[in-house]
Design a protein around this ligand. Structure first.
Ligand code: OSB
Ligand code: MG
Length: 368
């Protein structure tokens, strides 16, 4: 594709309700939308960083700076390039995987639209819809959590994930199990524990959870392996899996028996497919995580989650789980507990220019 420029925007999208994890509460989703400008038309991507570096070391202003000063110019210097060349072109620039992923998706979308090809087909999707799970934030108390979970079950979500942190783990999980019985249930700690908490985490074994996600720190691969040996609940890694190499290391060490794949965290959808392939070959189940994506990333996640190795329901929920109003004209909806994989060219969704404009708080364009 003949790349001519990138337009970046910072968006502020109000959330339908505050989202609380072990690392903090969000009421507005701050996100960067990328538009790739090419001779054959535009493409759209999303940089899933948050305002603060609390989930990972990346954050909005850092991603904005590195994308505009280094990543974007490195791609524009090439002029013509195939999307598959992007990881190699960006490899000399260390880290900043979410920023790289957003640029890659925008170029991929432009290239696939120009080719008249759908992202799902390109990535290797094997299904036309994916089962939809929902990630439920920490609530005021266990009773409020039961209310929130009940609402999502009524909507048809097929799997519930609750956020936990020290002091809000066993009782919260027990409340959900008591209220709803044998629903598919898992928990996500977002690195809030240490190996010293193993006894508390082992108390979760009695709830027959699908998995416990990222109990320890991002770089705690050895400690995760030690913890996994003390738990009956399968350990799943999110933050720790930053690349196909990190995934291979985690599997070799026994740090995880299930992997959460997020394209942003691993540097793009191409790397995400490589992790899927590695795990599929090793017989390790994977599922598609989320970063409160707009309609852009949500469409791409649905395509990714349709690959055959995604054997567990992902955090690919309907747009309405987070947003009153999205920036695409046909936001993802829940149909019988599933989200449809778009079949149109590229991402298969169209940008709503008025909504995009309304949510934009900053913009900058770079050209060759
Ligand atoms: O750990 O999976 C996570 C949101 C932001 C940052 C990290 C995580 C999450 C979620 C929400 O759990 C997933 C989603 O539905 O987008
Ligand atoms: Mg997680």
């Amino acid at each position: 594709i003949a790349l001519e420029g990138f337009e970046l925007r910072v968006l502020h999208l109000p959330l339908v309700s505050p989202f609380t994890t072990s690392f903090g509460t969000e009421t507005v989703r701050e996100v960067i939308v990328v538009r790739a400008l090419t001779a054959d038309g535009d493409g759209w991507g999303e940089i899933v960083t948050q305002r603060e570096p609390t989930y990972s070391s990346e954050y909005t202003q850092g991603a904005w700076d590195v994308a505009l000063r280094f990543l974007g110019p490195a791609l524009l210097d090439r002029g013509r390039l195939a999307p598959e060349e992007i990881p190699t072109v960006l490899e000399p620039l260390i880290g900043h995987r979410m920023a790289k992923a957003g640029l890659e998706l925008a170029v991929l979308d432009a290239a696939l639209r120009a080719e008249g090809r759908a992202l799902g087909e390109y990535l290797g999707a094997a299904r036309d819809r994916v089962p939809s799970g929902v990630s439920v934030g920490i609530q005021r108390d266990p009773a409020a959590l039961v209310d929130a979970v009940g609402g999502y079950l009524d909507e048809g979500y097929v799997r519930i994930k609750i956020k936990i942190k020290p002091g809000r783990d066993v009782a919260d999980t027990a409340a959900v199990r008591d209220a709803f019985g044998a629903i598919p249930l898992q928990v996500d700690a977002n690195s809030a524990y240490t190996l010293a908490d193993a006894a508390t985490l082992a108390e979760l074994d009695r709830f027959d959870l699908l998995l416990i996600e990222q109990p320890l720190q991002e770089d705690d691969l050895v400690d995760h392996a030690a913890l996994a040996r003390q738990l009956r609940t399968p350990v799943c890694l999110d933050e720790s899996i930053t690349s196909v190499k990190a995934a291979a290391d985690a599997l070799a060490l026994g740090s995880a028996s299930i992997v959460n794949i997020k394209a942003g965290r691993v540097g793009g959808y191409l790397e995400a497919v490589a992790i899927h392939d590695l795990c599929a070959a090793a017989g390790v189940p994977v599922w598609c995580g989320g970063m409160l994506e707009t309609g852009i990333g949500r469409a791409a996640n649905a395509a990714l989650a349709a690959l055959p190795g995604f054997t567990l329901p992902g955090d690919v929920s309907a747009s309405g789980r987070f947003y009153h109003r999205d920036i695409v004209t046909e936001p993802a909806v829940l149909e019988d507990g599933h989200v449809r994989v778009p079949t149109g060219h590229g991402l298969g969704v169209e940008i709503d220019p008025v909504a995009l404009e309304d949510f934009t708080v900053a913009r900058e364009t770079i050209r060759r």
